[in-house]
Design a protein around this ligand. Structure first.
Ligand code: B12
Length: 215
């Protein structure tokens, strides 16, 4: 890993917003790929902070400072991800489930979707189940993308699928799930159409699922 990326990761771990933002600017100026900054710098830093928090090596205030540092870095890097002039690929509703305020991964996924020619409606965090479906109906979405970051809120992803089934429109939408504790086994168990571990991979999965549906 390059020195620049390592420094960004460290600034996130230290919860230093100013350093994260300025190091991100420097890395971009040095020609480092924004996706590399996102995945190897900011996201990998987030993983380490999460592990430290879990082991109780750091307190909630430190977790919060790191959260702010991640956002400071994202604010610099996300606008630099080039939006390609590609034909509109599809419409996606993205949000984080009820009871869960984690938004960083969702925001990265959203930015990459936009950069890759998708139209995105971001309904935010702590979103009630029915709101995912209402918004999908409103914008005539192709995909409903449901993010969850805690084991205690994962069930919110299943709730969205169950709700679609209850009102008889499950087949109308592609449902994708993702975020920290989700995995392929969980996605299969709840009958989701797609899962991905990282945002770039999630964009590829979204494109494939839409192509398959339209074929
Ligand atoms: C930053 C952070 C916070 C910040 C959030 C800031 C913000 N505005 O989002 C703050 C400080 C607010 C916070 C609060 C809390 N947090 Co917190 N937090 C984290 C931390 C360190 C990083 C999360 C993150 O942003 N990761 C970086 C992003 C890029 O990763 P990601 O979200 O997984 O997203 C990637 C992929 O998953 C994918 N993706 C994401 N969404 C989607 C959606 C779809 C459809 C697809 C396909 C893909 C996809 O793309 C992304 C990019 O590649 C994690 C630790 C961790 N390892 O995750 C803990 C963590 C998630 N938090 C945790 C906890 C416990 C909390 C609190 C309850 C703490 C407290 N006691 O108050 C509160 C929760 C409040 C609430 N009701 O939601 C726990 C959850 C434990 C568990 N087992 O469930 C974790 C795992 C830490 C830990 N190890 O204990 N947190």
């Amino acid at each position: 890993m390059s020195r620049e990326i390592e420094a960004i990761k460290q600034a996130v771990i230290n919860g230093d917003s100013e350093a994260t933002a300025s190091l991100t600017e420097k890395a971009l100026a040095a020609g480092i790929d924004p996706i590399e900054i996102l995945e190897r710098g900011i996201s990998d830093g987030a993983k380490i902070v999460g592990e430290q928090f879990e082991r109780m090596d750091i307190f909630l205030t430190e977790l919060m400072l790191s959260g702010e540092a991640m956002i400071a870095g994202l604010n610099v890097v996300l606008p630099k991800i080039k939006s390609e002039e590609v034909p509109q690929k599809g419409k996606v509703v993205v949000g984080t489930v009820r009871g869960d305020v984690h938004e960083i991964g969702k925001n990265i996924f959203k930015s990459l979707l936009i950069a890759n020619g998708f139209e995105v409606s971001d309904i935010g965090v702590d979103v009630p189940t029915s709101k995912f479906v209402e918004e999908a109906e409103r914008i005539k979405a192709d995909i409903i993308a449901v993010s969850a970051l805690m084991t205690s809120t994962l069930g919110g992803q299943k709730d969205v699928i169950d709700f679609l089934e209850q009102i008889g429109i499950r087949d109308k939408y592609i449902v994708m799930v993702g975020g920290g504790p989700t995995n392929q086994v969980w996605a299969d168990e709840i009958g989701a159409d797609g899962f991905a571990e990282t945002a770039p991979e999630a964009v590829r999965v979204a494109s494939q699922l839409i192509e398959k549906r339209r074929a």
